[in-house]
Design a protein. Structure first.
Lengths: 115, 114
C-alpha cells in the first residue's frame, strides 16, 4: 500500500520567507510525528499529533515553527521568517500500535535550504 | 531520560565479511529499541525492533540484533555484508508509555568495499 508521502521533496527559499511543508500519513494511522535532521546528524523530535491534537510540542525550536493536522489526515509544518539554521531535512512519520507496540513509518522527507 | 550512543561514526567492511554496528542505550524504563537504515536520498526504513519479547531479534535483509540488558547494548549484526548494505544506520530507543518519542543515535555510516 501507499507509504507516508511528503511534499515538496526539495525547497529552496530566501532568508525571511515563510515555508509550508506537507505530510500525508498512511491511511488509518492516528499518530503523526515531525522530525528534523541536520546534515550528518540524527533526527530531532519536533512535534507529535494524536488525531488532530498535539499533546507534545516540546521539540519545536522556536515560535517561528508551528504545525497543524486535519483530523487523522494531512499535516503541515510551517516555518515563518526562515533562517539559515533552519536548513535541514524535515521528516514526517505516522504510526500504528499493535500488541502494545507502536511502529513509526517515515516519509522520504523535505530537504529545505535557506539561502 | 532515554539516550542512545552509537560507538562508531563509520564502519568499513569488505563484501562478504561480517558486519557489527554497536549501540548502547540508557533508559529509566523498559525500553523498546529499533534499528533504522537510511540509504542516500531515501527515507528511513525500519530494519528491526525489540519489544521485550525474544532478546535476539531478526530483521530484514539478513540483519539481526541482540538485546543485552546487563550490558545495556543492542548491537546490529549481519554475517555477510553486501554492497547494497552501504547506508547510514540509526539505533533508536523509546519508552513504551504514552506516545512514542523516538530518541535517535547520531548514526553509523557503513561502507562496503568490493
Amino acid at each position: 500500500g501507499a507509504g507516508v508521502s511528503q511534499s515538496p521533496s526539495n525547497k529552496v527559499t530566501e532568508k525571511g520567507k515563510d515555508v509550508e511543508l506537507r505530510c500525508d500519513p498512511i491511511s488509518g494511522h492516528t499518530a503523526l510525528y515531525w522530525y528534523r535532521q541536520r546534515l550528518g546528524q540524527g533526527l530531532e523530535f519536533l512535534i507529535y499529533f494524536q488525531g488532530n491534537s498535539a499533546p507534545d510540542k516540546s521539540g519545536l525550536p522556536s515560535d517561528r515553527f508551528s504545525a497543524e493536522r486535519t483530523g487523522e489526515s494531512v499535516s503541515t509544518l510551517t516555518i515563518q521568517r526562515t533562517q539559515q539554521e533552519d536548513s535541514a531535512v524535515y521528516l514526517c512519520a505516522s504510526s500504528y500500535r499493535t500488541s502494545g507496540v507502536e511502529t513509526q513509518y517515515f516519509g522520504p522527507g523535505t530537504r529545505l535550504l535557506v539561502l | 531520560a532515554q539516550s542512545v550512543t552509537q560507538l562508531d561514526s563509520h564502519v568499513s567492511v569488505s563484501e562478504g565479511t561480517p558486519v557489527l554496528l554497536r549501540c548502547n542505550y540508557s533508559s529509566s524504563y523498559s525500553p523498546s529499541l529499533f534499528w533504522y537504515v537510511q540509504h542516500p536520498n531515501k527515507g528511513l526504513q525500519l530494519l528491526l525492533k525489540y519489544t521485550s519479547a525474544a532478546t535476539l531479534v531478526k530483521g530484514i535483509n539478513g540483519f539481526e540484533a541482540e538485546f543485552k540488558k546487563s550490558e545495556t547494548s543492542f548491537h546490529l549484526t549481519k554475517p555477510s555484508a553486501h554492497m547494497s548494505d552501504a547506508a547510514e544506520y540509526f539505533c533508536v530507543v523509546t519508552m513504551n508509555t504514552g506516545f512514542q518519542k523516538l530518541v535517535f543515535g547520531t548514526g553509523t555510516r557503513l561502507l562496503v568495499s568490493p
